[in-house]
Design a binder for this molecule. Structure first.
Ligand SMILES: *Cc1c(COP(=O)(O)O)cnc(C)c1O
Length: 492
């Protein structure tokens, strides 16, 4: 299977192998790589997958997209990435929280957020891609993070041979725990740097570096090249398709649905990566009904789904779900490409970059709205969802998952659709413990992360994840704060 750019409007688009697409991250024309076809998933396939362990399911699904990779190599990589020591108790457990909602807990990995699901496997895919493409230069991974990707990428890439990684995060745009996790990161090949501004400033800085030919040449002369670990990289997205398929298999196995019955999916969304992976699973043939896109106060996506107007020229809010504080949702570009083709995608992206907005054609919106619903949760709603969920469902959820749960509940009420919903639970509540505790009405003893973790644990009778309590005693290694325009200097 080959990969082409979402913005390549030529008659016969330049196609690259999956190894090449993963190595590059972004296409030369700044478009995103997409497979030329979506592999089909039959009922027979699903029955077979149901009998497998998570790592076998992952290797099976990945091999359908990464056709140039050796199947046994993929199985070895998945087995190592999703091993018990990295994901204690299993990689993506499904918890029935009542009312037809099943929480797909994607945060049992080393950094307690769903980014681990992709970033534990992706460095292995990149390492192989470097060998497969005969690459002799060092790969320098550049990451802009709203908090969770940065830590997960650092943990995934640390001390991987042939790779360096620099992570940029918005100085006031991440939680104190997220900051602590990143600034205490171990590893000889890692660098972490705060940037003045919000996530979009950091992400635009990284995108500008990728698009700068002079910088690419300078890097080449110094013996390295830039690559990305953000969800603009196909190597990030492909592993995310797996857990929706895996969750469906689990729902069949535990008797919630019969094979072939449809279920809905609800995803708290920022960069549109996680929910786009669900869309790909649906396109493969996984019996999914509606895909519910949940936004926090930065509701640029839900507005788009409802109106067809994508408008990033609006107030940016700092919310208690900071990993979704995003106004430029990069992966929406992939959906535009699938529904409307490269010509339209290139045009919309040009308008977004020049005017900050675009309007999608009605024909495209009809297709989109036949699959996606969009719901927004305000800060007050998010807090009350956390409280009600704990009181009524006896389930403690983080701020991002709460935005998703609020959206799922609104959808159920408005639509009357009573199909089961797979809710993507994207972080441990302890990663955002101050806001979770305050939503529950717990008075915080101090601003110290350790005290806050203990207070949440005491009030809820739940356990603090070991990777988070470990960071409390580790020394801070990275303290640099810079203007976005200085990002290239930090790298060189
Ligand atoms: C990254 C992240 C999201 C948003 O995921 P996207 O793929 O960007 O839509 C939601 N919740 C948490 C906890 C995250 O880390």
């Amino acid at each position: 299977m080959k990969y082409i750019s979402t913005r390549d409007t030529s008659k016969s688009p330049a196609a690259v192998s999956s190894a090449e697409a993963i190595k590059r991250g972004l296409a030369p024309d700044k478009g995103l790589y997409m497979p030329t076809e979506i592999p089909a998933l039959t009922t027979d396939d699903l029955t077979k997958l149901s009998g497998m362990r998570y790592e076998e399911r992952a290797a099976d699904i990945l091999s359908r997209f990464l056709t140039d990779y050796d199947k046994n190599a993929l199985l070895a990589d998945c087995t190592a990435a999703y091993a018990e020591d990295r994901f204690p108790g299993g990689a993506a457990p499904l918890v029935n929280i009542g009312g037809g909602i099943h929480s797909l807990e994607l945060w049992h990995g080393p950094t307690c957020a769903f980014k681990d699901m992709a970033l534990q496997i992706m460095p292995r895919l990149l390492s192989r891609a470097l060998t497969m493409t005969g690459e002799s230069r060092l790969a320098h991974i550049l990451v802009a993070t709203s908090g969770d990707t940065g830590k997960a990428a650092l943990e995934g890439y640390r001390d991987v041979p042939g790779v360096k990684i620099t992570v940029f995060y918005p100085v006031d745009g991440v939680s104190s725990m997220q900051k602590r996790q990143m600034t205490t990161q171990l590893g000889e090949n890692v660098n972490v740097c705060a940037v003045y501004g919000n996530f979009d400033d950091a992400q635009n800085g990284v995108k500008a570096i990728f698009a700068d030919n002079a910088l690419a040449e300078k890097a080449n002369d110094a013996g390295f090249f830039f690559s990305s670990a953000n969800s603009i990289n196909w190597g990030r997205l492909a592993p995310q398709i797996v857990y929706y398929i895996s969750a469906y298999c689990d729902l069949v196995k535990n008797g919630t649905v019969r094979m072939g019955d449809k279920v809905n999916v609800c995803v708290p969304t920022g960069n549109f990566g996680n929910i786009f992976a669900a869309y790909i699973a649906r396109e493969m043939g996984l019996p999914l009904g509606r895909l519910i896109c949940a936004s926090n106060a930065n509701c640029v996506l839900t507005d788009f789904i409802r109106t067809g107007v994508y408008d990033r020229t609006r107030t940016f809010y700092k919310t208690m779900s900071p990993s979704m504080d995003i106004l430029i949702s990069s992966n929406l570009e992939r959906l535009l490409f699938l529904l409307g083709g490269s010509e339209l995608t290139a045009q919309c992206m040009a308008e977004l970059s020049s005017a900050g907005k675009y309007t999608a054609p009605v024909s495209l919106m009809e297709k989109l709205q036949s699959v996606f619903s969009g719901y927004t949760c305000s800060e007050e709603e998010t807090a009350s969802v956390i409280r009600n969920c704990f009181e009524n469902r006896k389930y403690l959820c983080d701020t991002h998952t709460a935005v998703g749960l609020g959206a799922a509940e609104k959808y159920q009420k408005e639509s009357g659709d009573n199909r089961p919903i797979i809710l993507a639970s994207t972080a441990s509540p302890y990663k955002f413990s101050a806001d979770v505790a305050e939503s529950l009405g717990v008075t915080l003893p101090s601003e110290e992360p350790g005290d806050i973790l203990a207070a949440l644990s005491g009030a809820t009778g739940t356990e603090i994840p070991a990777p988070l309590s470990r960071t409390l005693t580790m020394p801070v290694r990275f303290t640099q704060v810079i203007e976005a325009k200085k990002m290239p200097d930090v790298i060189f």
